[in-house]
Design a protein around this ligand. Structure first.
Ligand SMILES: C[S@@+](CC[C@H](N)C(=O)[O-])C[C@H]1O[C@@H](n2cnc3c(N)ncnc32)[C@H](O)[C@@H]1O
Length: 317
C-alpha cells in the first residue's frame, strides 16, 4: 500500500462525512422495514456507468448460492450489494480503508444482506488460506480500483490463487490507451487523480499472462465513461448551491470540483460535435470557459481509457 494512497485527500473526512450523512438521509425516509441496494445508489458508487456489464458477465457465468466470489477494493459496497442481492452468491468483499468498510457494513445491514463477508485488507497481500478462499472462487472481480495498485504481480497473484482452475477474473479499470505523451496539465491531473499504474493494453495483458491467466476480452468503453462524467459534472453544477449549503465549501473544493476538473479532463472523448457537446453540457462548458471546453472536447486526443477485461485462470501463479 503506497503512502500516497493512504493519505489520499479524496477519501478524507469531508467526503466520508457526506457519505455517512447520505446514509442517514436515506434511513430517515423510511420508518421500519428493510432497504434495498438501489436506495443507496444515488451516492454509493465510486465507479462509472453502473452495473450492467458486470451483471451480464455474472449471468453468463451462471453463478448461484453455491458460488464463492471475491471482490477486491469494494469501497463502500455499491457493487457488492448489487451482486449479493441479485445473484445470492457467497461473497467476500475486501477494502483497505476502515471507513469504507464501516459504511459498507452499515448499508448491508440496512438491506438485510447476510451473504457478504466484509474484510479490511490490502488486495496485494490477502491471507487467502485463512479466509478459506485459496483455489475456491469461481469469480474474482474489481471495479475501477486496480489503477491505484502499483504492485501488479502481487495483486494478480492474489487473484490467481483465489480462483479455481478455469475461474474468471473480471476487471473494470482506468488505463492508458496509447503512448501519446501527456502535457503538463494532464500529468498534474493524473497525479491528483492518483493514477498510479498507467498500463497500456499490451502491458496489462502481459502481466495477467505472467500471473497464469488467458485474457479473453479487453474492451475500451472510454466514450461511455466520458459521457457519464460530463453528465455527472452537469448534475453537480446544477446542485452546487445546495451541496455547499448542506456540506460547506470544503467538500465542494475537494471532491466536487475535483470530480469536474479532474475526471472530465482525463475522459473527454464524447463523440460529439462542439455544438452538440455545448448543448448537452452547458454548465460544464461555462465552468471550463468556452475556449478550454473546446480544447478538451474537440482537440485533445484521448490518452486515458476505460478498460473492461475478462480473463481465465489457466495455470497456478
Ligand atoms: C475508486 S474506489 C472504487 C470502489 C468500488 N470498487 C466502487 O466501484 O464503488 C477504489 C477503492 O480501492 C480501495 N483500494 C485501493 N488500494 C487498495 C488495496 N491495495 N487493497 C484494498 N483496497 C484498496 C480504496 O480504498 C477504494 O475504496
Amino acid at each position: 500500500m503506497s503512502d500516497a494512497f493512504s493519505n489520499y485527500d479524496l477519501y478524507a473526512d469531508p467526503y466520508m462525512n457526506r457519505l455517512r450523512n447520505e446514509v442517514e438521509k436515506v434511513k430517515a425516509k423510511k420508518s421500519g422495514g428493510l432497504f434495498i441496494p438501489s436506495d443507496f445508489s444515488h451516492f454509493d458508487s465510486l465507479h462509472y456507468c453502473g452495473h450492467n456489464y458486470i451483471e451480464d458477465f455474472l449471468e453468463s457465468e451462471k453463478v448461484d448460492s453455491q458460488t464463492k466470489i471475491l471482490e477486491l477494493c469494494a469501497g463502500n459496497g455499491s457493487t457488492s450489494r448489487f451482486v449479493a442481492d441479485r445473484f445470492k452468491v457467497q461473497l467476500t468483499a475486501v477494502d483497505f480503508l476502515p471507513a469504507f468498510n464501516e459504511l459498507h457494513r452499515n448499508m448491508n445491514e440496512l438491506c438485510g444482506i447476510t451473504n457478504t463477508r466484509i474484510i479490511q485488507g490490502d488486495a496485494t497481500q490477502l491471507d487467502l488460506v485463512g479466509l478459506g478462499l485459496e483455489n475456491e472462487c469461481q469469480v474474482v472481480y474489481s471495479l475501477q480500483s486496480f489503477y491505484y495498485i502499483a504492485n501488479k504481480p502481487a495483486l494478480f497473484s492474489v487473484c490467481n490463487r483465489a480462483l479455481k482452475m478455469g475461474g474468471k477474473l473480471y476487471i473494470e479499470d482506468h488505463v492508458v490507451e496509447n503512448n501519446i505523451p501527456l502535457i503538463e496539465k494532464e500529468e498534474e491531473i493524473a497525479v491528483k487523480f492518483q493514477f498510479i499504474s498507467r498500463l497500456q493494453r499490451q502491458d496489462y495483458v502481459k502481466l495477467l499472462e505472467d500471473a497464469g491467466f488467458h485474457v479473453d476480452e479487453y474492451v475500451f468503453r472510454t466514450t461511455e465513461w466520458s459521457r457519464y462524467l460530463f453528465e455527472r459534472s452537469e448534475k453537480f453544477l446544477r446542485e452546487k448551491e445546495q451541496i455547499i449549503s448542506e456540506y460547506g465549501q470544503e467538500l465542494w473544493d475537494t471532491r466536487y470540483v475535483a470530480g469536474i476538473h479532474i475526471s472530465c479532463r482525463l475522459y473527454h472523448q464524447l463523440g460529439m460535435t462542439l455544438e452538440e457537446a455545448k448543448a448537452a453540457y452547458p454548465l460544464t462548458c461555462t465552468e471550463f470557459g468556452e475556449e478550454e471546453f473546446e480544447r478538451w472536447v474537440c482537440e485533445m486526443p484521448a490518452k486515458f481509457g476505460g478498460a473492461y477485461i475478462k480473463a481465465t485462470k489457466i495455470r497456478n501463479a
